[in-house]
Write a protein that binds this ligand. Structure first.
Ligand SMILES: Cc1cc2nc3c(=O)[nH]c(=O)nc-3n(C[C@H](O)[C@H](O)[C@H](O)COP(=O)(O)OP(=O)(O)OC[C@H]3O[C@@H](n4cnc5c(N)ncnc54)[C@H](O)[C@@H]3O)c2cc1C
Length: 418
C-alpha cells in the first residue's frame, strides 16, 4: 500500500451533500468511509407524499450500499456520530472512533420550534421516513376515529388539520391533505363526509411561499383556496398542545397539527467547536472548510454559505449537491498536489413548489410559470434531480402510476396507533 492509498477520508451523512462528495471522490486514491445513522439515502423533496399517503417509503429512499456498491474506494458504515475529536482527528460514534485525514460533515438540519420544544409531540415535523409514516398514521387515524365517534365536538377536532408554516413543505402538505380529504377518501367512509374536513395553513409572515415572487405567491394562495385550504397569514401560533393550537387569540381545536415552520442545523458546529449562525449552521471558509481546521469541511444544510452577492445560499438539495461536489474537487486537488480550485460559487437553478396534483409554481432565473404546465415541469425537474442517484426511468414510471391511481397502496396505517 502506498502512502497515498492510506489517506483516510471520512464523510458523515449520506444525504445530498455527503453522497455527492463521495461520488466526486470516485477516482480518489484513498480510503473513504461514509457514515450515516440510516441505511438509506432519502429524497426529502417528496417526503410530503409519503406523509399524505401518495407514495410509499421505498419510492423515495434507497439503500446507501446499493447506490455505492460499484464505488470500491467507499466503505459504508451504519452508525450514529456523536462528536469529533479534532485533536486526535477521529470521528466519534457510540461504537467506535474513526480516524480521518480529511473530514466532510454533511449532517443536514432538523426541525426548530423557536424555543418551544415541548410542542414537538403535538406538532411533528417532517424530516425522516419515520416522521413521514408517523404523520401518515396520524392523518389516516384522524379520519378513522372521526368515522367511529358520535361526539360531534370530537369529530370536528378530528377533521381539523392545522399546518404551521407556509413555505414549500407547508403548502405541499396542505394542498395534498385537502385533495386526500376532498377526492381520495371521499367515497370510502359512511358515517362522515371526509370532504367536510378543514385544512388550515397558518403563517406568521405576510404571504405563502415567501421565497417566490409576490405574483407566484398570490397564485399559490388562490390555488390553495380552490382546493379548500384556509390560509391564515400574519398570524403566529402562540400555543400548541394535544387539543390544538392558539393563533393570536383564537383557539383552533385540532387532533392533527403539523410543523413546517423552521429548521436548525445538526450539531456539526458544536462537534468541531466552530462559529455558527443563529440556526446553528457553521460559517465556513470560501473553500467550505472550517476556520482553523483546513482538513474539515461542512456542506449542505449544516453550512452557512454566501453566494457571490453576499446572499445566504438556500438550504435546498441543489446547493448541497454543488457543495458536496466542490469539496470533493478540493480534496482531489490536495491529494494530487494540484492548485486549489477557485472559491465555491453557488449557481441557483430556481425555486419550485407544488400545490396539489395539478398545480405548481416555478421560478427559474429565465422563466416564471404557474398552473398545470408548471406541475409537469416540476415533475420532470424532480426526475432529473434523481439522475446520479437512481434509475430515473424506474422512478418516473412508479411515481406517475401512483399519481394516476391516487396511491391506493400507500394508504396503509402502520406502526403503533395513537
Ligand atoms: C420535507 C422537506 C421537503 C424539502 N423539499 C425540497 C425541495 O422541494 N427542493 C429542494 O431542493 N430541497 C428541498 N428540501 C431541502 C433538501 O432536502 C435539503 O436541503 C437537503 O437534503 C440537504 O442536504 P444535506 O446533505 O445537507 O442533508 P440531508 O439530505 O438532510 O442529509 C443528512 C444526512 O446525515 C445523516 N445524519 C444526520 N446526523 C447524523 C449523525 N449524527 N450520525 C450519522 N448520520 C447523521 C442523516 O441520516 C442524513 O442521511 C426539503 C427538505 C425537507 C425536510
Amino acid at each position: 500500500m502506498t502512502g497515498k492509498e492510506r489517506t483516510r477520508i471520512v464523510i458523515v451523512g449520506a444525504g445530498f451533500g455527503g453522497l455527492f462528495a463521495a461520488r466526486g471522490l470516485r477516482h480518489a486514491d484513498a480510503r473513504i468511509t461514509l457514515v450515516d445513522q440510516h441505511n438509506y439515502h432519502l429524497f426529502q423533496p417528496l417526503l410530503y407524499q409519503v406523509a399524505t399517503a401518495g407514495l410509499a417509503p421505498s419510492d423515495i429512499a434507497w439503500p446507501i450500499r446499493g447506490i455505492l456498491s460499484r464505488q470500491k474506494n467507499v466503505t459504508v458504515l451504519l452508525d450514529r456520530v456523536s462528536g469529533v475529536d479534532t485533536t486526535s482527528r477521529e470521528v466519534v460514534t457510540h461504537e467506535r472512533r474513526i480516524p480521518y485525514d480529511y473530514l466532510v460533515l454533511a449532517t443536514g438540519a432538523r426541525h426548530a420550534y423557536f424555543g418551544h420544544d415541548d410542542w414537538e409531540p403535538h406538532a411533528p415535523g417532517l424530516k425522516s421516513i419515520d416522521d413521514a409514516t408517523s404523520i401518515r398514521r396520524r392523518v389516516l387515524m384522524a379520519f378513522e376515529r372521526a368515522e367511529m365517534t358520535d361526539d360531534e365536538e370530537l369529530k370536528a377536532s378530528l377533521l381539523n388539520f392545522v399546518i404551521v408554516g407556509a413555505g414549500p413543505t407547508g403548502v405541499e402538505l396542505a394542498g395534498t391533505i385537502a385533495e386526500l380529504a376532498r377526492r381520495t377518501l371521499a367515497a370510502d367512509f359512511r358515517r362522515i363526509d371526509s370532504r367536510s374536513a378543514r385544512i388550515i395553513l397558518v403563517e406568521a409572515g405576510p404571504r405563502v411561499l415567501p421565497a417566490f415572487s409576490e405574483k407566484l405567491s398570490g397564485y399559490a394562495r388562490r390555488a390553495l383556496h380552490k382546493l379548500g385550504v384556509e390560509v391564515l397569514l400574519g398570524r403566529a401560533v402562540t400555543h400548541c398542545d394535544a387539543d390544538g393550537v392558539v393563533v393570536g387569540d383564537q383557539h383552533i381545536p385540532a387532533a392533527t397539527v403539523l410543523w413546517a415552520a423552521g429548521v436548525a442545523a445538526s450539531p456539526a458546529g458544536t462537534w468541531v467547536g466552530a462559529e455558527t449562525d443563529r440556526a446553528g449552521r457553521v460559517r465556513v471558509n470560501v473553500d467550505l472548510s472550517v476556520n482553523k481546521l483546513p482538513n474539515v469541511f461542512i456542506v449542505g444544510d449544516a453550512a452557512a454559505v454566501k453566494d457571490k452577492d453576499g446572499v445566504p445560499v438556500p438550504g435546498i438539495a441543489p446547493a448541497a449537491k454543488q457543495q458536496g461536489r466542490y469539496v470533493a474537487s478540493v480534496i482531489m486537488a490536495r491529494l494530487e498536489n494540484k492548485a486549489a480550485p477557485a472559491p465555491f460559487r453557488y449557481r441557483h437553478a430556481g425555486n419550485l413548489a407544488t400545490i396539489g396534483r395539478k398545480s405548481a409554481v416555478i421560478e427559474f432565473p429565465f422563466l416564471r410559470l404557474s398552473g398545470f404546465l408548471a406541475w409537469w415541469v416540476w415533475g420532470i425537474a424532480h426526475i432529473y434531480f434523481l439522475i446520479g442517484v437512481r434509475s430515473p426511468m424506474t422512478v418516473a414510471i412508479n411515481w406517475f402510476w401512483q399519481y394516476v391511481t391516487y396511491g391506493r397502496g400507500a394508504r396503509l396505517i402502520t406502526g403503533e396507533r395513537k
